[in-house]
Structure formats: structure tokens, C-alpha cells
Design a protein around this ligand. Structure first.
Ligand code: SAM
Ligand code: ZN
Length: 268
């Protein structure tokens, strides 16, 4: 019987791993999926049968991440964390786990967890990063104990500041990544005749003090299947005319750009 970092979403007691199931002392039981993640969403908290990113978006995301197109972002997060407490790190809305996996690689002695509302995302993450526990959970109901985390990461995912404050230790770190106004502007210039800048995200979480801001920005060439996958990862896929999508999908490569803002906060 191994004690596990997750807590039971029903009664908040510690979960332990027994065989292929996580159990709490009240007998609530959560089976581990074949790929290795555990679903800790209570059925009555689900808004749809398969919330979050769908399988096609996940496949696209895995391809782009595996090709290393977002490594500079993971590197920046690791660099920020290296000077801050990072013994227990939770990546909320972790997607296919590329940032989570990179943090674990950088800090192998840390307890690094990933959670996402999408079963498809948790499955892809768990298949790839066997040394990280992944769970299906909403960011507004994280299955970890109060004040158990040194840092919460939230990259391009919904922020639930009250819940992040609950799980963070006093002085804990919250790292939020948002796309900058020019993120993927190169791609938009190819898709649209009058591309617009992204709206700047001006939301600031309450209960935190901002301690740093970093920018990650550069141009890159997307080749082959990455071109269509990059588009499928974004809302542009659903908001662009088919003929424009087909025109860009037929291009062997495109030059575009990454532009992220990494905001670092400390819990007050
Ligand atoms: C744009 S992806 C970012 C994934 C990852 N953080 C990364 O940087 O690659 C956003 C993720 O947030 C997840 N998500 C959406 N709503 C969520 C919620 N309420 N709780 C947890 N995750 C959520 C989606 O399923 C998706 O995997
Ligand atoms: Zn329980």
C-alpha cells in the first residue's frame, strides 16, 4: 500500500494505491486507467460527458509538443522555478503534459503532478510521462490537500484563484502563462487577409503579489504535419473558412512566431 499525493474528491482523505485502484479510508475507490492516469472528477461535477479538449485537438497538441515547438516555454518555466520553492508542483490544465514532464525531468526529486479536465489529455500525458502522476480533475476542485503545493502552474488554461490559493503553501508560487498579443501572428497573417492582434489578457488574480514577468518570443518554421496540427490546436481551426484551411494545410512549411507572457505570483 503506497500513500499517494492525491486526496479523495468525495471526503478529502488521503488516497493510497492498492493494486490498480486508489482508495481512501472511507472505501471510495478510483480505478487507474490502463495508460496510468486516475479520474478524480465526481460525476455530478461534470458538465459534459467528455469535457475539455477533444481527441483531434489532443493528437495535434501531442505532435506539436513532441516536435519541440514549445520547449522554449517549458525551459522558461523551469528557469523561473529553479530559484523558487519547487518540492511540490501541480500543473493545472496540464494538457498532454509536456510542461509537466519537463518540470519533472528538471527536478526529479520534486513531487510533480498534472491535472486536466480532459480525459483524452490526461491519457496522452500519462502514456508519455510515466514518472508523473496525472489525474482528471477540474482546476476548481483539485484533488490535493490544503497548503500542500509549493507551486501551481497554469499555462493557457482556466485560472481558479481561490482553489489555487487553497492548495498553495503560505508564500507559494503561482505561474500563469498567457499568449502575448503577437502569438502566432505569422500564422494568422497566412490564414487571414486582415489578421488582428490577440486581445491582451489583463486579469490579475487576487490574493497574490506579482513578483516577475518573463516574455518568450521568437520566430519559427513549422513543417509538414505540424502546420495543420498547429492550427488544430487553436480556435482558428473552428473559425476559418474551409478553403483557407485547405490552402494552408497544403503548404509544406510556414514561418510563424511564438509569443508568451509568463507571469509569476507569490501567495500573499
Ligand atoms: C490550451 S490547453 C493548454 C495545455 C497545457 N497547459 C500546455 O501548455 O500545453 C488548455 C487545457 O486546459 C484544459 N482545461 C479546460 N478547462 C479546464 C478546467 N476547468 N480544469 C482543468 N483543465 C481545464 C483543457 O482540457 C486543455 O487541456
Ligand atoms: Zn473518500
Amino acid at each position: 500500500m503506497v500513500s499517494y499525493p492525491f486526496v479523495c474528491p468525495k471526503c478529502r482523505q488521503k488516497l493510497t494505491l492498492e493494486g490498480k485502484s486508489y482508495l481512501c479510508s472511507d472505501g471510495h475507490c478510483y480505478d487507474v486507467a490502463k495508460s496510468g492516469y486516475v479520474n478524480l472528477v465526481l460525476v455530478n461535477n461534470k458538465h459534459s460527458a467528455d469535457p475539455g479538449d477533444n481527441k483531434e485537438m489532443i493528437r495535434a497538441r501531442v505532435l506539436v509538443m513532441d516536435a519541440g515547438y514549445y520547449d522554449s516555454l517549458s525551459d522558461c518555466i523551469v528557469d523561473v522555478l529553479s530559484d523558487l520553492p519547487h518540492s511540490a508542483v501541480l500543473d493545472s490544465g496540464c494538457g498532454v503534459g509536456s510542461v509537466t514532464g519537463r518540470i519533472k525531468d528538471a527536478f526529479p526529486d520534486s513531487l510533480v503532478l498534472g491535472s486536466d479536465i480532459s480525459k483524452n489529455a490526461a491519457e496522452a500525458a500519462a502514456k508519455k510521462y510515466k514518472n508523473v502522476p496525472f489525474c482528471v480533475a477540474s482546476g476548481n476542485d483539485l484533488p490535493v490537500a490544503d497548503q500542500s503545493q509549493d507551486a501551481v502552474i497554469c499555462a493557457f488554461a482556466p485560472v481558479f484563484e481561490k482553489e489555487f490559493l487553497r492548495v498553495l503553501r503560505p508564500g507559494g508560487i503561482f505561474i500563469r502563462v498567457v499568449p502575448d498579443v503577437k502569438h502566432l501572428f505569422g500564422l494568422k497573417s497566412i490564414l487571414y487577409s486582415t489578421p488582428r492582434l490577440n486581445e491582451r489578457d489583463t486579469d490579475e488574480p487576487t490574493g497574490f503579489e506579482k513578483i516577475a514577468t518573463r516574455f518568450v518570443a521568437d520566430d519559427f518554421t513549422a513543417k509538414g504535419e505540424v502546420v495543420s496540427s498547429l492550427i488544430k490546436m487553436t480556435p482558428y481551426y473552428y473559425h476559418t473558412k474551409k478553403e483557407d484551411l485547405d490552402r494552408v494545410f497544403a503548404m509544406p512549411s510556414i514561418v510563424t512566431n511564438r509569443a508568451f507572457e509568463v507571469r509569476v505570483y507569490r501567495k500573499n
